[in-house]
Design a protein around this ligand. Structure first.
Ligand code: AMP
Length: 281
């Protein structure tokens, strides 16, 4: 496995890699969810192609300095997991290798980012789009794999490559969960034992609301009310948002006529977790 830390090292390494090249962008603190993306990337690359991962805790997508400072960065463990999962090349830049101190260009998305995480994390998706476009320019991959767990991120990145004619195929991969249903996240390790034990309710709240579909319910309000009640039964969590949006535009809907998404973000202390369910009428 090759490791590069600067753009020039990366270019040299990439020149020697067989195509197709499939990229898995991450912020490290790797768990089974990330490794599932690597396996999906290998499937797309084929045995002769190449799988690359970037590990970069992107400062410009953090809206809370404390969240950035507390973000786990077990780099040696991460590299070992990459080796074991068959990654060919890992890019581990320092912030200074990614951003000029006087950088002044940012990629902005102005529709899909207006609700959900975009509403409560100002600037977050500008940071995501900017870093992903930079990674696409650096790696020039044929395709890139992203998790459906970050459903808004995935929709925005699909829109970015469409609107900016970026020649990279975006591949989505389903959310990987702990046995108790909690979506895997690098932030889960920061939960206290009590909060960790409570957190599977996020999934249960969303799934419980989704069961209204089988009774033919089409109004959004009962879904939101059912999920809110289940979440608010927790003595620990605070809801950041709970919204029912159109799956394509990510704008709130009053009635479910097309595929929709019921999505939430909650805080356990200062740890913020997200999850969603798809609603297919
Ligand atoms: P992160 O390191 O959290 O920025 O995530 C890097 C990539 O892994 C993103 O495409 C995420 O959507 C994806 N990812 C994170 N957690 C999961 C999960 N539990 N299941 C599937 N993909 C995930």
């Amino acid at each position: 496995m090759r490791i590069a830390a600067t753009a020039s090292d990366l270019r040299r390494e990439i020149a020697g890699l067989p195509r197709p090249l499939v990229l898995v962008p991450t912020m490290g603190a790797l768990h089974e969810g990330h490794l599932a993306l690597v396996r999906r990337a290998r499937q797309a690359a084929g045995p002769q192609g190449s799988v690359a991962m970037s590990i970069f805790v992107n400062p410009i997508q953090f809206d809370r300095p404390g969240d950035l400072a507390a973000y786990p960065q077990p780099l040696e463990d991460d590299l070992e997991k990459c080796r074991q999962t068959g990654v060919d090349l890992v890019f581990t830049p320092e912030t200074g290798a990614m951003y000029f101190p006087d950088r002044s260009i940012t990629v902005t998305e102005s529709l899909l980012s207006t609700h959900l995480c975009g509403a409560t994390r100002p600037g977050h998706f500008d940071g995501v789009c900017t870093v992903v476009l930079k990674l696409f320019n650096l790696f020039q991959p044929d395709s890139a794999v992203f998790g459906e767990k970050d459903v808004q991120q995935l929709a925005i990145l699909r829109r970015m490559v469409r609107d900016l004619d970026v020649p990279v195929e975006i591949i989505g991969h389903p959310t990987v969960r702990e046995p108790d249903g909690l979506a895997m996240s690098s932030r889960n390790v920061r939960l206290s034992p009590g909060h960790r034990a409570d957190a599977p309710r996020i999934r249960r709240a969303l799934e419980g609301a989704r069961s209204l579909l089988q009774f033919g319910e089409r109004a959004a309000a009962p879904y939101l009310a059912a999920a809110r009640k289940h979440l608010e039964d927790s003595p620990f969590l605070r809801i950041d948002y709970l919204e029912l949006v159109d799956a394509e535009t990510l704008q709130p809907v009053g009635h479910i006529k097309k595929p929709a998404v019921l999505a939430t973000a909650v805080f356990y202390g200062d740890v913020r977790l997200i999850d969603h369910v798809s609603l297919l009428p």
